[in-house]
Unconditional design. Sequence first.
Length: 244
Amino acid sequence: MDANGNSVDVLAIGAHPDDVELACGGLLIKLVNEGKRVAILDLTQGEMGSRGDADQRSSEAEAAAAIMGVHAREEADLSDTRLANTTEQQRAIIPFIRKYRPTIICALMAPDRHPDHAAAHALSRDANYYSGLTRIETGQPPYRAPRIYYFYPYTELAGAPPCVVDISDVFDQKMEALRAYKSQFHNPKYNGPSTHISSQEFWEDIKMRARYWGGRIGTQYGEPLYTETPLLLNTLPGLERDGG
Ligand SMILES: [Zn+2]
C-alpha cells in the first residue's frame, strides 16, 4: 500500500507485524472511523517468528490493515531480532517519517521483555528527532512529528499509563484484524509449533487486558497509552461524557 505521498495524521510504528494491532488496533480503527489518515510502519517482517514465514506474515499484515481501514502499511525491512538504536537503522526509518509527515507517531514503549520492542522504542523516538535535521539528506524535506504516544503490545511494565482510549465500539473490529494473523494467534486450523502468543490463553488475555483497561476508565474496553512529554489539554477530558 502507498499513500501517494500524502501526509497522515498518525503513523504507528511496530517492531513486528501484529504489534500495532495488539497495542493500539482499536485506537487506529477509531481514528479511521473519524476520517483521520492513518499509516503503519512495521520495522521488520517478523521473519524470526516460530510460525509462518515472511511472505505469509506480510500478507496477514495487509489483510489486517484492510480490516482496520488504514491508508498505508509499509515495511522498513530491518532484521527481526536485530533491532538496535543505531545510526544505520535510524536512517532506514527517517524516509518513512518524511514521506508520511505524521502529526502524531505511536511507537513501542520500554522497558519490554522483547529486546526488539525495547530497541524500537528508542529507535522510533530518535529517528523522529533526527528526521527533523536538514543536514540528514534523503532527498525529502526534513520533518519531525511534534508528539509521540507509546504503547505496549503484550503487557504493561511501567505502572499506570497517563491515558486510556475507549475502544468499546471498535473492539470486535480490532479482534477481527488480529484474526487476520492466521499463523500467529490461536488457530486450531493452523499446523505449526506452539508459541506463547498462539495459545488459547494469550487470545483470551487480549480481551481480558482490554476489559481491564476499559474498567479503569468506566467503559467496556480500553487501550492504554504512555507519553514522555506533558499532554496539552484544551478542556478537561470527561466533560463531554453523558452521565459520567
Ligand atoms: Zn513484536
